[in-house]
Design a protein around this ligand. Structure first.
Ligand SMILES: *Cc1c(COP(=O)(O)O)cnc(C)c1O
Length: 372
């Protein structure tokens, strides 16, 4: 199989139909709660310019990014009615930029509450925001005991959402989940009638009590399994293929790659693929991962150290005619799930996705119509 263009070192295929199907499946699962979409970090590396409009067209109305700059980039990509929340809060002096771009800051401290309140008062209007409370993760948000003070100091703030974030939701039995839910419910009772949101991808699989009025998945939309111990209910979104840049026959005893990190134990056929750690194919992966033919077949182990622009696989298991220079091999695909590639690289699907980088030739499958 030879994808176009033939000169690419690697091809990244992103299935927007699968992203939309994943969002719809989660929205159905949590209804009547609202399913928002987290599109921070360039939609987890997959391209916010393509992913966010596809989700908006499917009916998604609430979006989350991490930084002000991401919100500024996202605003013109979405219909006017869509809400954009900025998770990391308001950096000092940035209040006016949030208002100018119609972004909802997630207020994470009393200082941010009073800054936003001061801007609203100065502009003589109510300004919308989300309020975050820390229920145990010690990362972002007001301490629960600060919430009364925040409410007292926010007369001109239209609090559209109360939120918090779970730290251990990928471990359903972890006692922190119940404890965070309990603390969150206590704080939410101080703001009756205000929608609240606690769960992200893993949390929304903990049951309806965690759904509140809104859930905020990111990773699950992009095909990452919400619980590593269970079968993945999400559709895969990403396929990563690498071009065979060179094929060589090497004798027993030949070594491969930097540091002579691998030695052939038998006469071998080594394929050099045009994807390396500069493409986010992490060097720590070493010889634990594998490639496969696009149609399946035996795993072809990655051998030797991963270089910046290439990696080597041992293709000896294939008949010679099955692989030629210029052909594509899958590094992530139907026979090499994202999670397996991530595990081999000593990491998780989240990190592998957000590392993938921009050197691949990107190909988007449309959100409507047959994947092909
Ligand atoms: C990143 C993030 C999310 C999305 O998390 P996933 O595990 O990718 O679903 C939701 N909420 C907050 C506060 C986040 O930082």
């Amino acid at each position: 199989m030879r994808p176009e263009p033939a000169w690419a070192g690697g091809w990244l295929t992103i299935d927007l139909g699968a992203v939309v199907a994943n969002w719809r499946a989660l929205q159905d699962r949590v209804a009547p709660a609202e399913c928002a979409a987290v599109v921070k970090a360039d939609a987890y590396g997959l391209g916010v310019e393509r992913v966010a409009p596809a989700l908006a067209a499917a009916g998604c109305r609430s979006f989350f990014v991490a930084h002000l700059g991401e919100g500024v980039q996202l605003r013109p990509l979405l219909p006017r009615g869509c809400a954009i929340h900025v998770l990391n809060g308001i950096p000092p002096g940035a209040d006016a930029a949030f208002a100018a771009h119609r972004l909802l800051p997630v207020l994470n401290s009393l200082e941010q509450v009073s800054g936003w309140q001061a801007l609203a008062a100065a502009q003589g209007r109510r300004l919308p925001a989300a309020l975050q409370v820390d229920t145990g993760m010690s990362r972002f948000g007001l301490a629960p005991e600060e919430v009364r003070a925040a409410l007292a100091a926010s007369a001109s703030i239209d609090i559209r959402l109360l939120m918090s974030h779970l730290g251990c939701a990928d471990e359903p039995e972890h006692p922190a989940n119940e404890s965070q839910l309990g603390r969150f419910a206590e704080v939410a009772s101080l703001l009756p009638g205000t929608p609240s949101s606690l769960a992200a991808s893993s949390g929304l699989f903990l049951g309806a009590r965690y759904h509140r009025e809104m859930v905020r998945p990111g990773a699950a939309l992009y095909g990452v399994p919400p619980n590593a111990a269970r079968p993945n209910p999400m559709r895969p979104v990403v396929r990563l293929q690498a071009r065979v840049a060179q094929l060589r026959a090497v004798p027993e005893g030949a070594w491969v790659g930097y540091g002579a990190g691998y030695t052939a134990r038998r006469p071998s056929r080594i394929a050099t693929l045009g994807v390396g750690y500069a493409d986010g194919f992490l060097r720590a992966g070493g010889d634990a991962g594998a490639a496969s033919l696009p149609g399946g077949g035996p795993p072809l182990p990655i051998v030797g150290r991963i270089s910046m622009d290439s990696l080597a696989v041992d293709a000896t298991a294939l008949p010679d005619a099955a692989l030629r220079e210029g052909d594509a091999l899958d590094l992530i695909g139907p026979h090499r799930p994202l999670e397996d590639a991530a595990r081999a690289a000593g990491t998780i699907g989240y990190e592998l996705l957000t590392s993938l980088g921009h050197r691949y030739h990107r190909h988007y499958l449309p959100e409507h119509g047959e994947p092909g």
